[in-house]
Design a protein around this ligand. Structure first.
Ligand code: ADP
Length: 317
């Protein structure tokens, strides 16, 4: 599900946050990412959610080459991930219940689905009785559980928690760990960043240890398939090649996927022109490719909504 292949990230010339880091996390794994402060753990998350791009090496999430993903498709991509950051809190102007409902409203869910999913998530994190309270009326552990519930609203394939038990007492930390294990047992891949030794003590789960930007150890290493190796393309440098006659003919004969059949004729024509024959190809085009397509505002919107629907459909398969 997640592949980091010889990933190096330099923030400035002299700051190497990660150096040649490689690991593979399979679907349905539970994995701790540990290491001292400044080791590069958050950088791994930032790269995975495409907040940053690597200096070299490649990153895959399922079949999507993350650094090549264009910005327009990022919201749809990030819906596949549920992330709870240490410092991201629930919205203070909304009750706990409204915080979760809000996340579902953004996803265009029906009223019934919003009510049912909110109830389910509040039960999962044991906060049904606290639903009408505002975040500042909840304890630190309850706020964190609320944030977990909200991050689960879009049924992510991968759930990432950054120091979920930081600043919590051991009882609250235990509850959080139990919730993470339940999420995992329900079929979600879980990646937990932590340096909480209590949490890690006696764990049978996989531990990937990062130290000074390098992979120090991996308790259950997985081999990276060679087919997944590729250098990330620097977006700005991608230039369209002028197609020769042969290529033009090839494009004319190009069959585009049935998945595109609901799209408008003009958008389909554009996708064909740029040899985007299937949703998989579409997910991997870069921002520069998209710019070159010179789509109208309407077509851009249509494309975005198609990707969202496609990713949701895939998720339910
Ligand atoms: P961790 O999450 O393990 O504490 P980080 O990934 O946050 O580590 O940081 C790794 C290194 O990269 C640190 O030396 C940190 O100072 C540096 N770093 C992180 N983000 C930035 C940034 N935006 N600009 C410059 N340096 C950064």
């Amino acid at each position: 599900m997640v592949i980091f292949d010889t990933v190096t990230k330099k923030y400035k010339e002299n700051i190497t946050a990660l150096e040649d880091v490689s690991f593979l996390v399979e679907a349905n794994e539970f994995c701790f990412l540990v290491g001292p402060s400044g080791a590069g753990k958050s950088t791994i998350i930032k790269l995975l959610i495409r907040e940053e791009v690597p200096t070299s090496g490649s990153i895959f999430f399922n079949d999507i080459e993350v650094p090549k993903l264009n910005r327009r498709l990022l919201p749809a991509y990030r819906q596949k991930l549920g992330v709870v950051f240490q410092d991201i809190k629930l919205l203070n102007t909304k009750t706990l219940e409204e915080n979760i409902e809000f996340a579902l409203e953004i996803l265009d869910k029906s009223n019934k689905e919003i009510t049912d999913t909110t109830d389910y998530l509040l039960d999962l994190v044991g906060l049904r009785e606290r639903r009408e309270l505002f975040p500042y009326e909840l304890s630190g552990g309850e706020q964190q559980r609320g944030a977990i519930a909200r991050a689960l609203a879009n049924k992510p394939d991968l759930f990432i928690a950054d120091e979920p038990t930081g600043n919590l007492d051991s009882e609250s930390a235990k509850q959080i760990l139990q919730i993470l294990k339940t999420i995992h047992a329900n079929g979600t891949t879980v990646l937990v960043i932590s340096h909480d030794l209590n949490l890690l003590k006696d764990t049978k789960e996989r531990i990937i240890n990062i130290k000074e930007g390098k992979l120090e150890s991996d308790s259950k290493p997985k081999e990276i398939p060679t087919t997944k190796k590729s250098e990330p393309v620097k977006e700005e440098k991608v230039k369209p090649e002028k197609p020769d006659k042969k290529e033009k003919k090839k494009k004319k004969n190009l069959k585009i996927s049935k998945e595109f059949s609901s799209l408008s004729t003009s958008l389909k024509k554009n996708l064909k022109k740029f040899a985007i024959s299937s949703p998989e190809v579409l997910l991997n085009i870069t921002q520069a490719d998209l710019k070159n397509m010179k789509l109208s505002k309407k077509e851009n919107k249509e494309l975005e909504s198609f990707v969202k629907k496609y990713l949701n459909k895939k998720e339910n398969e």
